[in-house]
Design a binder for this molecule. Structure first.
Ligand SMILES: [Zn+2]
Length: 302
């Protein structure tokens, strides 16, 4: 029986300060897809994989950046490659950025005349950071990202973001290149190669949340995408997706929600008999084609 190597992309774009190394340039993406098309059977994420005879590759994207539809989709269409896009719904159809991008924008690209210190007011984490140099900004970004990922509640995350906005005295309109899925525009495109999957509302680390909130995050994103895209949503991916970011409760909720397949984020290859609620995926960086080929071989052998 064949095995399936699932690849995890986030965005196809050229980004100046890609703080989380999530972007692959359109040029590299084209080369990568062309090479895959010539060398592998490429399957859809939601297909039944038990009876695949030849080893196959599956393409997925997390988060739902608009560049998936603007930059990746034309390449996928040209090469006739199917892909799944897992969308986190809080910012869709708005001009806002995802919280980690918004954090980056507020820290690195704030108003030049703002206070060169940021003081966070919190009942537990109050702290003041200098923000003069790139290194100091980087330190603040990394600390805030680490805390916002799974150490504080969603309410706190919103409150801290509000404090950053006040510090910069600006509004919530994000940068154009970071815009997330605009459904009306997406629906004007041919989406026959694209499967839409859910990815929660606020992109939290689910394992850190009580069951009721986990359920709300998962089900609300599913329902919203179903209404927006007018199709059934049968796949999901865990935000961040490492084994620390979801737990048995999360898996149970996904089963109850009738997701046919769920994607995780740790390296590996899926083989017949493996859990379909925790499909391993392998993150792709902005690699040139030679590095990419070596990485794919490494992924197969992990
Ligand atoms: Zn994500």
């Amino acid at each position: 029986m064949g095995q399936v190597l699932t690849l995890l992309y986030h965005r196809i774009n050229k980004i100046e300060n890609d703080a989380n190394f999530l972007a692959v340039s359109p040029e590299h993406f084209y080369e990568q897809m062309l090479w895959l098309k010539r060398n592998f059977n490429i399957v859809r994420f939601e297909d039944k994989w038990d009876r695949i005879e030849k080893n196959a590759v599956c393409i997925t994207f997390d988060d739902g950046y608009m560049d998936n539809f603007d930059n990746a989709l034309p390449i996928l269409q040209q090469l006739q490659i199917p892909a799944t896009i897992f969308i986190s719904t809080k910012t869709i159809n708005t001009q806002e950025e995802f919280w980690w991008d918004d954090l980056e924008r507020n820290i690195y690209y704030g108003k030049s005349d703002r206070n060169p210190m940021f003081s966070l007011k919190d009942d537990f984490f109050s702290c003041t950071w200098k923000t003069d140099t790139f290194g100091e900004k980087e330190n603040l970004y990394k600390t805030m990202h680490w805390l916002m990922r799974d150490k504080i509640s969603l309410q706190k995350r919103n409150d801290w973001m509000r404090q950053l906005y006040e510090w910069n005295e600006w509004d919530e309109k994000g940068r154009k290149e970071n815009i997330t899925c605009q459904v009306k525009e997406c629906l004007e495109k041919d989406l026959s190669l694209i499967t839409i999957g859910a990815h929660t509302v606020h992109h939290p680390s689910l394992a850190a949340l009580p069951k009721s909130i986990q359920k709300e995050e998962i089900l609300k994103s599913k329902t919203m995408l179903e209404q927006q895209f007018k199709r059934e949503i049968i796949t999901f991916s865990y935000p961040f997706g490492t084994k620390h970011d979801y737990d048995e409760i999360t898996v149970e909720i996904c089963r109850e929600a009738k997701f046919q397949k769920v994607a995780a984020n740790y390296s590996g290859v899926w083989k017949t008999g493996d859990d379909t609620m925790q499909i391993p995926r392998n993150i792709v960086r902005d690699w040139d084609i030679d590095t990419y080929k070596k990485q794919i071989v490494k992924f197969w052998n992990m």
